[in-house]
Design a protein around this ligand. Structure first.
Ligand SMILES: Nc1ncnc2c1ncn2[C@@H]1O[C@H](COP(=O)(O)OP(=O)(O)O)[C@@H](O)[C@H]1O
Ligand SMILES: O=C(O)C1=C[C@@H](OP(=O)(O)O)[C@@H](O)[C@H](O)C1
Ligand SMILES: [Mg+2]
Length: 251
C-alpha cells in the first residue's frame, strides 16, 4: 500500500457513511472522486476502478467536450481557459449531484472555489476524495507532448511542475485518501484504492456500457475501448492487469 488516509478519517467506514451496494455512500454522490495533476492517471484509474467494482465511470473532461461539442484543446484555443473553467465548474457540480459511480475530474478542477467547496462538502458527508499523487518523473512521459493538454504546451515539464506546486496544497487539503500513482500498472494502484476504502471488487466483468463506452466521442476521447481494456482479474483483487491497461489516453 502506498498512500495514506487523512488523519481523522482513517478509523471511519470506507465511505464515512452507512454503505449501500459496494460502498455506495448513503448520501447521494459518487463512490469516489479522483483528483490530481495531469498524468496522475485519473481518467485511466477511473475506468479501471469502475470495471473492477462493477460501477459506472464519469469523467468531467468528457462531459465538457460533449457539452461544447469539441475537444478540450479546441475549447482552450477557440474560447479561452475562463470559458473552459466555467464549463468545468458546471460539469463537476452536475456530476457530484447526479453520479453514483466513479468520478474522474480534470487536474485543474479543484482550483475553482465553488468546486473546492463542493468537494469539501462531499467529503464532509462521507464521500471519498482520492488524490492520485505523482512525481514529475512519472507524469512527464505519460503526458508527453500531448496536444490534448493545452496547459502543458511549450515546456511541458516546467509547466507541469509549476501547476503541481500551485495545486498540491489544494489536492492535499481536499483529499480523504492519497495514493501514489507510480510506474506500477494502473491495476495495482487501483488495488490500493480498493483496499484502502474497503470496497468489494466484482468477479464478473462489468457491462461495457458502464465504462463510458456509450459516449458519442468515446473514440476520440479515449482510445481504450473498455471491453478490451481490462484483462482478466488479478488474483485476489478482481482488478485487470497487463498491457491492455496501458494504452494511450488523450485526457
Ligand atoms: N499506472 C499507470 N501506468 C502506466 N500508464 C498509465 C498509468 N496511469 C495512467 N497511465 C497512462 O498515462 C496517460 C495519462 O493518464 P490519464 O488517466 O489520462 O491521466 P489524467 O487523467 O490524470 O491526466 C495515459 O496514456 C494512461 O494510459
Ligand atoms: O490540469 C489542468 O488544468 C487540466 C487538465 C486536463 O485534465 P487531466 O488532468 O485529466 O489531464 C484538462 O481538464 C484540461 O486540459 C486542463
Ligand atoms: Mg483525465
Amino acid at each position: 500500500m502506498s498512500g495514506d488516509v487523512r488523519p481523522g478519517t482513517g478509523d471511519e467506514p470506507a465511505t464515512g457513511a452507512p454503505a449501500g451496494a459496494n460502498g455506495t455512500p448513503a448520501a447521494p454522490g459518487p463512490v469516489l472522486v479522483l483528483i490530481g495533476p495531469p498524468g496522475s492517471g485519473k481518467s485511466k484509474l477511473g475506468r479501471v476502478l469502475a470495471h473492477a467494482l462493477g460501477l459506472s465511470v464519469r469523467d468531467t473532461d468528457h462531459d465538457i467536450e460533449r457539452t461544447a461539442g469539441k475537444p478540450v484543446s479546441d475549447i482552450f484555443v477557440d474560447d479561452g481557459e475562463p470559458a473552459f473553467r466555467a464549463l468545468e465548474r458546471q460539469a463537476v457540480a452536475a456530476a457530484l449531484a447526479e453520479h453514483d459511480g466513479i468520478l474522474a475530474l480534470g487536474g485543474g478542477a479543484v482550483m475553482d472555489p465553488g468546486t473546492d467547496a463542493a468537494l469539501a462538502a462531499y467529503a464532509a458527508r462521507g464521500g471519498n476524495v482520492v488524490f492520485l499523487d505523482v512525481t514529475l518523473a512519472v507524469a512527464a512521459p505519460r503526458v508527453g507532448m500531448n496536444q490534448a493538454r493545452p496547459l502543458l504546451l511549450g515546456n511541458p515539464r516546467q509547466r507541469w511542475q509549476a501547476l503541481m506546486d500551485e495545486r498540491r496544497p489544494t489536492y492535499e487539503r481536499l483529499a480523504t485518501l492519497r495514493v501514489e500513482s507510480t510506474e506500477r500498472p494502473a491495476a495495482e494502484t487501483a488495488g490500493d484504492v480498493v483496499a484502502a476504502l474497503g470496497l468489494e471488487p466484482v468477479t464478473e466483468p462489468a457491462d461495457p456500457k458502464h465504462l463510458g463506452d456509450e459516449h458519442p466521442d468515446a473514440e476520440h476521447l479515449d482510445d481504450e475501448r473498455p471491453d478490451r481494456r481490462v484483462a482478466a482479474g488479478a488474483p485476489g483483487n478482481g482488478l485487470g492487469n497487463g498491457p491492455a491497461n496501458e494504452q494511450e489516453d488523450t485526457q
